[in-house]
Design a protein around this ligand. Structure first.
Ligand code: MSP
Length: 644
């Protein structure tokens, strides 16, 4: 067995927020990486962020934040998300890492020097949103086939990669390596839809924006996203640097896990770049399907996303991990609904696993004072459970080798379900009533031993409950998958067992759906309110338009018929005396106001309030109850002093 294993997720764009669809790719990779580690393999699991490009530049501008700061904040967020979901990567690569940028430039230069990249002028149909050129025939109803927005005719000088010359070599590679593209159907799609019809050279630079890695010998251009992004899989290993031991050890990757929409880039462009660099090709690209909502891909612009933070906050991280790994047959699309999520929770986690663990440990506590009993003679019924449990590792292993994670989980839960049935068949409470302690001990030993095996095998997929179950069986560390640890009979007799309390309390689905609807509606309103209150950033010139001065209140009175308003006469120095109406009567009496130095917006257009012309505005802070608190100079200053 090859003892090394290198698995990668795509690097995520830092332009939006991440939904459960993104978590899907990462959790699958994490589960596979954990499984291989438990098998004793030397694993390198890479994830990261794709941070360059016009979309991100624009998103930062829209947020009014400097681009690097914008991506830094996003990276912080995604790292927290992976921490929350218990994703244990070995390296997090950012395309803004200095080392990555330098090597990308080196790669670009090498390809240029070899004649694989050339400069040409290009006229094409360009989608600004997707930063992509399309041919007439690729358009859908005359619009961008990816985002549906209008395209425009653009003429630019660009650098091009000679992709067109790699068509035959790619097809030959696919044929000689039948596992390279998985699932198999995607291979035909690549050949028939992209390579055979007309594989063209691709543009690999842009001059219309700046947020990217500069072409090393032409600073008018930045390197366009694919050479930059795809190279992450080798730059993360130190390729092209003096410290390239990880590259030497782990390249070529065992699996690039990607969503189906980016299979094309990973199985055509990336291998061609590697061929042009004379580097080995990854062993496999797995194009998984999408998690859909209402039949459509989740996306922020469609507003149909499911938030992993809400789901894991309410139902626990295990249930989010379990749902994404279990619900979608790998390779195909799967439809997300909260109802399906809760059904999975109730049926598998609460009923099958949670119940099994709590019933078994409770009976050991009740009948054997919490001590693992001795296993006596085994009968046919025992053997049927033991054989099934003993065969589980091989089944799971075979499914993981084919990246069929959902099937692997189905194998595990079949054993859990069988063990629940074993309880009903052996009726331990009757054995106890009849005083058949030896048989009762054997039954409970078999059950505890089975949940031990199930928990070990489950621990790469869901990370909390299996550990709790093992702890309750007196096993402090999750054992490896070798040395017979997942064979029956390894549970030590005499071990102290503690009761495993309800790990997954069942949900009343109807009630839960109504409550979540309410919660989502509240969140939506809160967000809308926050957005409405959020002020656009202004420049110093914008601010300079506001004239602020210190004024002294020389007289003050209530405004008839308005219990919130006071009318002040304010001296702004140099004979500038103003009448100002302000909504501060709930916090200050007219007497208190007289003599106070306050800050006035002195160039505010006069406005009538209750028939009185107010010639400025008194500045106030607002406390948590909404009460105005006057803003005053901290030391004595003359009236008329500027505030800036
Ligand atoms: N930055 C590129 C990838 C470059 S890799 C060298 C990118 N980023 S992405 O953020 O848009 O998508 C990252 C991954 O998330 C893709 O594999 C994509 O398929 C996956 N998903 C995004 N939405 C998804 C679903 N609704 N369902 C499943 N996976 C989804 O593409």
């Amino acid at each position: 067995m090859d003892k090394k294993f290198y698995i990668t997720t795509p690097i995520y764009y830092t332009s939006g927020d991440w939904h459960i669809g993104h978590c899907y790719t990462t959790i699958i990779c994490d589960a596979i990486a954990r499984f291989k580690r438990m098998e004793g393999m030397d694993v390198f699991f890479l994830t990261g962020t794709d941070e360059h490009g016009q979309k991100i530049e624009k998103a930062a501008q829209k947020a009014g934040i400097e681009t690097k700061k914008f991506v830094d904040e996003k990276v912080e967020k995604i790292k927290n998300l992976w921490k929350l979901l218990d994703v244990k990567y070995d390296k997090f690569i950012r395309t803004t890492d200095k080392q990555h940028e330098e090597i990308v430039q080196k790669i670009f230069k090498t390809l240029y020097d070899k004649g694989e990249i050339y400069k040409d002028s290009y006229e094409g149909l360009y989608c600004r949103e997707c930063e992509a050129y399309w041919t007439e025939s690729q358009l859908k109803d005359g619009k961008c086939p990816d985002c549906g927005r209008p395209v425009e005719k653009v003429k630019e000088e660009n650098y091009f990669f000679r992709l067109s010359k790699y068509g035959d070599r790619l097809i030959k590679y696919y044929e000689e390596n039948p596992n390279f593209i998985q699932p198999k159907s995607r291979q035909n799609e690549m050949i028939n839809n992209f390579i055979r019809p007309n594989l063209q050279d691709i543009s690999v630079s842009r001059s219309s924006f700046k947020w990217g890695v500069p072409v090393p010998f032409d600073d008018k251009h930045v390197i366009y996203v694919w050479i930059d992004a795809l190279s992450n899989y080798i730059t993360a290993l130190g390729y092209g640097t003096e410290n390239d031991s990880l590259y030497k050890k782990f390249w070529p990757a065992d699996v690039h896990m990607v969503g189906k929409e980016i299979v094309r880039f990973h199985t055509i462009i990336w291998p061609a770049i590697l061929m042009a660099l004379d580097l080995p090709l990854p062993k496999q690209v797995y194009g998984h399907g999408w998690l859909l909502i209402g039949g459509e891909k989740m996306s922020k612009s469609k507003g149909n996303t499911a938030d992993p933070l809400i789901l894991s906050g309410r139902y626990g991280v295990d249930s989010v991990r379990y749902y994404v790994l279990r619900e979608v047959p790998f390779g195909s699309d799967g439809e997300y609904t909260l109802e399906a999520f809760l059904n999975r929770f109730n049926t598998d986690l609460a009923n099958d696993l949670g119940n099994l663990a709590s019933r078994t440990t409770a009976m050991i506590e009740q009948y054997f004072d919490g001590i693992v009993p001795k296993r006596g003679e085994l009968n046919e019924l025992d053997h049927s459970l033991i054989d099934m449990t003993n065969g589980l590792y091989e089944e799971v292993k075979a499914n993981i080798a084919n990246l069929q994670v959902s099937n692997a989980l189905s194998n595990i839960f079949k054993v859990a379900s069988r063990a629940n049935k074993y309880i009903d068949e052996t009726t331990p409470w009757i054995l106890n009533k009849n005083g058949d302690k030896e048989r009762l001990g054997t039954v409970l030993y078999n059950l505890a031993d089975t949940i031990r095996v199930i928990s070990i095998l489950l621990s790469p997929f869901i990370t909390t409950a299996p550990k709790q179950i093992l702890n309750s069986l007196g096993i402090k560390e999750v054992p490896t998958l070798f040395e017979g640890n997942v064979e029956c009979g390894k549970l030590k007799e005499g071990t102290k067992v503690t009761k495993c309390n309800q790990l997954f309390p069942r949900f009343d689905i109807e009630k839960e759906l109504t409550e979540v609807d309410k919660l989502l509606e509240q969140n939506k309103m809160k967000k809308e309110e926050e957005n409405n209150n959020k002020k656009e950033q202004i420049t110093i010139d914008d601010f300079a338009k506001t004239e602020l001065k210190v004024g002294k209140v020389i007289s003050c009175e209530k405004v008839e018929g308005a219990d919130k308003l006071l009318k002040e006469t304010v001296d702004l120095g140099n004979g500038d005396i103003r009448t100002i109406v302000s909504g501060i009567a709930k916090s200050y009496t007219p007497e208190e106001m007289v003599g106070k130095k306050v800050v006035i917006v002195s160039n505010l257009k006069p406005a009538k309030l209750r028939g009185i012309e107010s010639q400025g505005m008194v500045l106030c802070a607002v406390d948590e109850k909404g009460n105005p608190i006057l803003v005053s100079p901290e030391k004595e200053v003359n009236e008329g002093s500027e505030v800036r």
